[in-house]
Ligand binder design. Structure first.
Ligand SMILES: NC(=O)c1ccc[n+]([C@@H]2O[C@H](COP(=O)([O-])OP(=O)(O)OC[C@H]3O[C@@H](n4cnc5c(N)ncnc54)[C@H](O)[C@@H]3O)[C@@H](O)[C@H]2O)c1
Ligand SMILES: N[C@@H](CCC=O)C(=O)O
Length: 516
């Protein structure tokens, strides 16, 4: 029997035993540094000569593992394995597939600390964020398994005299999963497992910065007894195999999460029908954000400042949902800004392995570090840096939480996704102007409104063009099953992860109409 869905609880790190367990997990992970990670094609582990290394972003001289790189020929072999496995996997009943994946989530739960500890090293996640990442991965799997069981018999359609009709769901075929590094377990696992619960097979190309945690999922899938070839693991350089995976004539769907530049490229390439391809590819492209918190006059300025700081600097602002714009009414602008600066000055930054009290770790890599540093320089010309602004990449890629004030909506800092711990403040005359500024971006992912004015909340519900809109809280931390996640405009295809409709992205609908 499968019990009702409930979210995986967060680990309480104020509890000494939980603290101790996590420290042990960090030690265990450390012992595995230097491990070699293979490709996995049809269940076979393949170690290639061509490799790259994964490093600790808080200590970039520390190599965590060396990773085999798939060539185009190996992508072809993986696709052949996925096609072959599809022939039998699609015939498992939805219930059989779902039950196997619930076993997968049970194994993940037992290894939770170890998986989270690996993300502390490989992604620079603070303990609570790493724990949340693993928990969300479990939630996605448990939620999608139940969704698929609900769809197992299709949906009712009408019968008429002498005619019986069935409306059923069937899988699509082999496809490709391309996840980002910022939720290296949750998004990677969710976007790999949803298509396979639906009966498809997958080639998983992990993000370059976080292949070790992705390989942990591969090991767990094997341990749970997933048939060979259902998920094939093809890490590699996206410049060498990215287009090839997307363009492949046998790729039926691409589930991508990442930047706007890559997402739009994939969307365009997948639209082209290749020689030998007799179907249209489906693309899920969940991309970036330029998310805002709007602060009205006559409101709780403590709540406003706390929401802005949490949403801007949690996991160093490296969330597509992160607050990168604070749009504040002129009557409370100075007060909210001052409170936000004071809260920001209290944040601790360092190697997150050192303890659960380190609020912020490094940013992910040199490229991101340089990019964020450059944006801070631009911001110091467009507005004024009033908190943070310091950067140091001598040991790890550290960027201090940074607030830039007095920006205009069209400033670069207020238009482009920075994907780091930087938030810009802008002052508005009234709520109408605040709404105009909020929508003055190509993106439409998350937003929040801090207000006591019900009319303003109603106006935001109607006019603020974002997929996830929140009242009197921050704009990050959607919970599976409660806040299905995905955005409008250039934030993507709004596939809404963790929603009752998500599985439909990986299914085709078929009608069986029988005359008596
Ligand atoms: N909307 C969402 O749900 C969501 C969630 C998380 C992250 N994001 C976005 O992700 C971005 C950060 O992630 P990133 O830096 O890893 O993004 P990215 O676009 O650089 O990379 C994402 C993935 O695409 C792969 N890739 C790169 N070039 C490719 C190509 N030509 N063909 C195929 N695959 C290719 C990468 O290897 C990686 O696995 C931010 O913009 C963030 O907002 C969005
Ligand atoms: N779902 C996450 C964001 C995922 C993207 O980075 C949130 O709601 O904060």
């Amino acid at each position: 029997m499968v019990v009702a869905f409930h979210n995986e609880p967060a680990t309480d790190f104020t509890n000494r035993e939980n603290q101790q367990n996590f420290k042990e997990a960090l030690k265990k992970v450390k012992k595995e540094f230097g491990k070699e990670i293979p490709l996995v094609i049809n269940g076979e582990k393949i170690y290639t000569d061509d490799k790259y290394v994964s490093v600790d972003p808080a200590n970039h001289k520390q190599v965590l593992g060396s990773i085999s790189k798939a060539s185009k020929e190996q992508v072809d072999q993986a696709m052949d394995a996925a096609k072959e496995a599809y022939k039998t996997w699609r015939k498992w009943t939805p219930k059989e597939r779902a039950e196997l994946l619930i076993r997968v989530s049970a194994i993940i739960r037992r290894k939770k600390d170890e998986l989270s500890a690996l993300m502390v090293y490989e992604a620079g996640k603070p303990w609570n964020e790493a724990d949340g990442d693993t928990n969300e991965g479990i939630d996605f799997i448990e939620y999608y398994a139940r969704s698929m069981m609900e769809l197992a018999n299709g949906k009712p359609v009408l019968d008429r005299e002498g005619e019986h009709n069935q409306y059923i769901y069937k899988p699509i075929g082999p496809g490709v999963t391309i996840p980002p590094w910022n939720f290296p377990f949750a998004i990677m696992a969710g976007t790999t497992v949803a298509p396979i619960i639906a009966g498809n097979t997958v080639l998983l190309k992990p993000a370059e910065d976080t292949p070790l945690i992705a390989y942990k999922l591969i090991e767990i899938l094997e341990e749970a007894g997933l048939p060979k070839g259902v998920v094939n693991f093809v890490p590699g350089d996206p410049k060498e195999i990215g287009d090839y995976l997307v363009d492949h004539k046998d790729t039926h769907f691409v589930t991508f999460t990442g930047s706007r530049a890559t997402g739009t490229r994939i969307f365009e390439r997948a639209a082209k029908v290749q020689e030998g391809q007799n179907f249209l590819k489906r693309v899920i492209a969940e991309m970036g954000g330029k998310d805002a918190i709007l602060v009205d006059e006559n409101t709780d300025t403590d709540l406003a400042a706390q929401s802005i700081v949490d949403s801007a600097f949690g996991f160093s602002g490296q969330k597509c949902s992160a607050c990168s714009r604070a749009i504040v009414h002129k009557d409370v602008y100075d007060e909210v800004l001052e409170k936000s600066i004071n809260l920001t000055k209290e944040l601790t930054i360092g190697h997150t392995a050192e303890g659960s009290d380190v609020y912020m770790g490094p940013v992910i890599n040199q490229k991101q570090f340089d990019k964020i540093k450059n944006y801070i320089e631009i911001g110091s010309k467009e507005g004024k840096v009033v908190a943070g602004g310091k950067t140091d990449d001598s040991i790890g890629y550290f960027v201090h939480p940074t607030i830039i004030k007095d920006l205009k909506s069209r400033d670069q800092i207020m238009q482009e996704e920075i994907f780091g711990p930087v938030v810009g403040f802008t002052k508005c005359e009234n709520f109408e102007e605040m709404m105009d500024v909020a929508n003055d971006t190509d993106y439409g992912l998350t937003g929040a409104v801090i207000t006591n004015n019900r009319e303003h909340w109603r106006q935001a519900c109607e006019d603020y063009d974002v997929g996830n809109l929140y009242l009197n809280r921050g704009c990050t931390s959607a919970v599976v099953g409660y806040h299905p996640f995905g955005g409008f405009k250039m934030s993507g295809t709004d596939a809404k992860t963790g929603s009752p409709d998500y599985m439909l992205n990986f299914l085709e609908q078929k009608i069986l109409s029988e005359q008596f």
